[in-house]
Design a protein around this ligand. Structure first.
Ligand code: SF4
Length: 292
């Protein structure tokens, strides 16, 4: 049995930076420290932060004092203004790459362009980006939605940083047929692209692949689909405990990958669990042999 871990996987620069900023803030602040929304889409890391007294709130209305940390996904200008009106300190941990996309949307909106954001409607980054579009943005999740758009002479298209590059390409191709002049900005983060490439390469080499991460992590979901397209024997799990000996039956090479919000501990725990499953299989076989 061999375990292979994707060359590039786990916490990205933006999430690590946001975690570090929140923990530094906690260390140097006496009052309440909260994050606006979960800092990271990973339940284990969230409970670790809660043990350090870093809790999350869902809306600016949920706090009147202390410090609010803005997570790597960023927020809309409207939410930022609502926070500024309160007697609270703001620590902006928006990923600098996301800030550049926000700036791009802002500039395109000033030019009066209709802006197509290829993203997930419910994802906080896309919700923040829409806020920068001054009513000129549309979030698109599928090619089918593009086909329903009216034809226009000009448009701009960009992507949520964690978007699947294949989906972005397909949407751009369909959008070109409905737009005279299409301004294309591939804003998919390099880290996302590298992780997706590493996971797809791994899926070619292994018998089974576990993508580890929070079920609400957009980026981890994308990795799962990227791998599933190549290797039907792909599982999306949140915790190592979900791996069972039955899943591993017949697999000689086992692959592991994790999204931008998956801490290295989660991958290591999966390695330990897989090793223990194989011991279990060997013991079980021995037991069977003894009985016969
Ligand atoms: S995936 Fe890229 S853009 Fe998104 S938070 Fe991580 S580093 Fe920043």
């Amino acid at each position: 049995m061999k375990i292979k871990i994707a060359k590039d996987c786990g916490l990205c620069y933006g999430v690590k930076r946001a975690l570090r900023m929140a923990q530094d803030t906690r260390k140097h602040t006496t009052g309440k420290v909260v994050t606006l929304g979960a800092l990271i889409h990973n339940p284990q890391v969230i409970s670790y932060l809660e043990k350090q007294a870093i809790f999350s709130i869902q809306s600016p209305d949920d706090t009147e004092s202390g410090t609010v940390v803005i997570r790597s996904h960023g927020i809309s200008p409207e939410i930022y203004e609502r926070l500024k009106k309160k007697n609270i300190k703001i620590v902006d941990a928006t990923c600098p790459i996301v800030q550049k996309i926000q700036q791009r949307v802002n500039n395109l909106a000033k030019e009066g362009e209709e802006i197509i954001i290829v993203g997930n409607k419910k994802h906080p980054e896309s919700i923040g980006l829409i806020g920068y579009s001054r009513g000129k943005g549309i979030i698109i999740e599928s090619e089918e939605q593009v086909k329903k758009l009216p034809k226009r002479t000009t448009r701009a298209v960009l992507a949520q940083s964690t978007q699947d590059p294949f989906l972005f390409e397909r949407i751009v191709t369909t959008l070109k047929k409905r737009t005279g002049e299409l301004k294309i900005f591939n804003t998919i983060c390099q880290s996302t692209q590298t992780q997706q490439k590493a996971t797809s390469e791994l899926a070619e080499e292994v018998d089974i692949l576990f993508v580890i991460g929070g079920k609400n992590s957009s980026n981890t979901n994308k990795l799962y689909h990227v791998s599933k397209r190549i290797l039907p024997n792909t599982y999306f799990i949140e915790k190592a405990e979900e791996i069972t000996p039955e899943m591993l039956q017949g697999s000689k090479i086992i692959g592991l990958s994790g999204g931008a919000s998956t801490p290295p501990e989660a991958i290591q725990e999966a390695v330990v669990k897989i090793k223990s499953c194989f011991e279990y299989q060997i013991h079980t076989e021995k037991d069977i042999q003894c009985q016969s």
